[in-house]
Structure formats: C-alpha cells, structure tokens
Design a protein around this ligand. Structure first.
Ligand SMILES: [Zn+2]
Length: 186
C-alpha cells in the first residue's frame, strides 16, 4: 500500500514547493527550477506526508518559462548585434576598397598627365588584384573618364542609405595649369 495515493490530506506542505512558486512568480528562474525539482522529488518520496506538488509544478513551469524568455531575448540580441556588425564591417571594407582604387587612379592620372574628361581605363590603371567590389554584393562604379576636381573616382551603388560613401573626392585639379606653369605669385 506504500505506493497507493494517500487517502488523507498531506500533513505538511513542502517549503521548497512554496519557494519554487514564489521564486517562479518573481522570475528568479534558477531558484524556481531547482527548488521545484527537489520539492517534487521529496513530495514523491514522502508517500503523501508532504504536500505542495501543485505549487512545485507551477513554480517549475514559471521557472522554465522565464528561462525560455531569457534565452529568446539573448538570441535576439545576438542576432541583431551580429547583423549590425556585419553591415558595419561591409561598409568599412567597401570604403577601404574605394580608397585604394581612388589612390591608384589618382596616381595613374598624375603619372600619365591625364586631364578631366580623358578616357580612363580602370583595367589598365589599377594594379592587378585590386578589389573593385562592394562586400554587400555589388561592383563599385569607376568613372570612365578622369573626373573634375571634387568629383570621386569611384562610388558604391549602396552609397544611398547604407552609408557606403566616403568624402574621398579628387583633390587634384588635373587640368590645373600650375602643373605646367608653376604659380608666379610670391
Ligand atoms: Zn559598398
């Protein structure tokens, strides 16, 4: 008859079951889960001498619910953070690629003494292996002609909205006559 359900009400209520319910209600989920499991184990072994199984189960449910919500919250934070990091990383790499291209093209134009509007063959001007792509999935747009001063050599299709822009515009006026005729002013 030891395993039979008790015919009389339990003599005492498990303190751990109460603790589990209280901590479960206040979202102290580790305590709720631990207390709930110990309480259920002791209640089961007591053969009806200790009551409070309902409270222990309620505490366990609340404890695991809190744990699940926290896990969901952490996953969300990590996912959002990783996405933002990836975007920032791609933007930084894109701008770096543009800076490398711009520097090479500017040096090429100075070397060849090209003027604004002159055809500019990127394949010929850029060093082999130069990365001309945007990590976000696009080819950078390289001007087909030498730009005027203040205009960029290269731009990214994602510039608008994604911040793939840079302030690196051409500093040199390739058409500046000072290259051939140095300024005379003292
Ligand atoms: Zn880009």
């Amino acid at each position: 008859m030891q395993d039979a359900p008790p015919a009389t009400p339990a003599k005492t209520t498990s303190g751990l079951a109460i603790a589990s319910l209280v901590t479960g209600l206040t979202c102290v989920w580790p305590a709720a889960i631990i207390c709930g499991h110990i309480a259920l184990s002791k209640i089961k072994k007591s053969s009806g001498q200790i009551g409070g199984a309902g409270m222990a189960i309620a505490g366990l449910i609340l404890g695991y619910l809190s744990l699940a919500l926290i896990a969901l919250w952490v996953i969300t934070i990590v996912t959002v953070g990783a996405g933002a990091w990836k975007k920032g990383s791609e933007r930084a790499q894109c701008i770096m690629n543009q800076q490398v291209i711009s520097a090479q093209l500017e040096a090429y134009c100075l070397d060849k003494n090209l003027k604004p509007g002159d055809p500019l063959e990127a394949d010929e001007a850029l060093e082999s292996g130069t990365n001309t792509s945007c990590p976000s999935g696009a080819q950078l747009v390289i001007t087909p002609v030498v730009p005027e001063q203040g205009q960029p050599f290269v731009s990214c299709p994602f510039e608008d909205g994604s911040g793939h822009s840079h302030s690196l515009t051409t500093e040199y006026d390739f058409g500046d006559s000072s290259v051939d005729m140095p300024a005379t002013e003292e």
